[in-house]
Design a protein around this ligand. Structure first.
Ligand SMILES: Nc1ncnc2c1ncn2[C@@H]1O[C@H](COP(=O)(O)OP(=O)(O)OP(=O)(O)O)[C@@H](O)[C@H]1O
Ligand SMILES: [Mg+2]
Length: 370
């Protein structure tokens, strides 16, 4: 790759020398002219020099800052898969070396993660056989109580192993290609699975347009959030609406919520809330970590917020580009009384009060906040 900075330095020296020489020549040749003419010529020469210097300086500045900006972008956008992005060596020798070192670091990180996933996958695979053998032995135990306890422990072990592998895989990004989906249909199918299992989950979807997303990742995120909502609360609603920033899907519950200082910690792998919040509920503490990794992989933002009314809101904000066919910057807005209207730009904030009549039926007062 052509190293442009030394060329720029050379050009700068040539320009500066010629400018000085030019000035000397001008002064000598103009000495025959009157005092005023000399002043005018000197002034003009100075202006031209300043312009040339300005153009040249901005060019040099661009040459220096461009590769650094690219390097910063590459570091900022290092995805969860840690795969090296296209980053050509560019700029001065020092900057080229920094880019090369960064690329090597990306490759080492990606290799390291891949190895970790392989180890986890191998352990999980090899654990399946002894777990199945132990299950068979536990079932044949004479004491029914011991058998039930052992089977419960084995189920927990099995779930932990499975979740561990899923988490490791999500760390490596997702290979799922984006596709255009009917969001409402996806949410309805999730809810019907819960209904089959005897749970009530309310749907309030206000997005009619198709959405471009990773359907399996989205399904997995929502399932993890709804599982939590059902685990810690008794009434759950999935609300989907459009905001100026893009589609937003919220999972609302009426549980105890999360202590404000723990709202980010719960996204850490294997982190579970303080025992008093757990109500001895089962879990490995990986659900939210997986959901966050998948959200990053699909360029979405996942946050938790305690609701004023009590309970938790898990809010997944999809990127603006995910709406395939929008209303041209116009959003549907629902006012406090449930009346709908259209609104533009920043004012396009959807407020959902009493998320449908069904929510009221199970005593869940729901509202999404900014
Ligand atoms: N809706 C919620 N209401 C109250 N607390 C919650 C809620 N969702 C998550 N939490 C807290 O965050 C912790 C981490 O949640 P996460 O989903 O990662 O793990 P888990 O539900 O304990 O186990 P897993 O999902 O792996 O089965 C939970 O243990 C709980 O303390
Ligand atoms: Mg969970």
């Amino acid at each position: 790759m052509l190293n442009k900075l030394p060329v720029a330095r050379l050009l700068f020296c040539v320009l500066a020398t010629s400018a000085v020489l030019g000035q000397v020549c001008a002064i000598v040749s103009l000495s025959a002219l009157s005092q005023t003419s000399i002043m005018v010529w000197a002034f003009l020469a100075l202006i031209i020099q300043l312009i040339v210097l300005g153009v040249f300086t901005s060019h040099v500045e661009k040459l220096i800052s461009e590769p650094i900006t690219r390097l910063t972008d590459a570091a900022d956008h290092l995805g969860p898969d840690l795969r090296p992005r296209e980053l050509p060596e560019y700029g001065s020798k020092e900057i080229s070396q920094a880019i090369l070192a960064f690329r090597n670091m990306q490759e080492r990180l990606a290799r390291c993660t891949a190895e970790r996933v392989e180890v986890l996958a191998a352990i999980s695979h090899d654990l399946q056989t002894p777990i199945t053998r132990m299950r068979l032995r536990a079932e044949s135990l004479e004491s029914r109580q011991d058998s039930a306890r052992l089977l419960q422990d084995l189920d927990t072990m099995h779930a932990l192993v499975k979740e561990g592998v899923t988490y490791a895989r999500t760390l490596h990004g997702t290979t799922e290609p984006p596709s255009r989906i009917d969001l409402r249909a996806l949410l309805e199918s999730i809810i019907s699975d819960y209904e089959d299992a005897g749970h009530i989950v309310i749907l309030d979807s206000r997005i009619a347009e198709p959405v471009m997303t990773l359907p399996n990742a989205l399904r997995r995120i929502l399932i993890n959030l709804v599982d939590n909502a059902l685990k810690f609360g008794s009434a759950v609603c999935i609300c989907a609406c459009r905001r100026s920033s893009g589609p937003v899907i919220s999972v609302l519950d009426n549980g105890p919520g999360i202590r404000p200082d723990q709202l980010e910690n719960v996204f850490k792998p294997f982190y579970r809330g303080p025992p008093r919040d757990q109500k001895s509920v089962a879990g490995s503490g990986l659900g939210l970590a997986i959901a966050r990794q998948l959200a990053i992989a699909m360029n979405a933002d996942l946050r938790l917020e305690n609701r004023n009314e009590g309970g938790l809101e898990a809010r997944l904000s999809l990127s603006h580009a995910s709406v395939v066919h929008g209303l041209g910057g116009v959003s549907r807005v629902v006012d406090e009384n449930g009346a709908e209207g259209l609104c533009r730009g920043r004012a396009a904030v959807a407020t959902v009060r009493d998320c449908g009549h069904a929510a009221g039926a199970v005593g869940l007062s729901l509202s999404t906040r900014r």
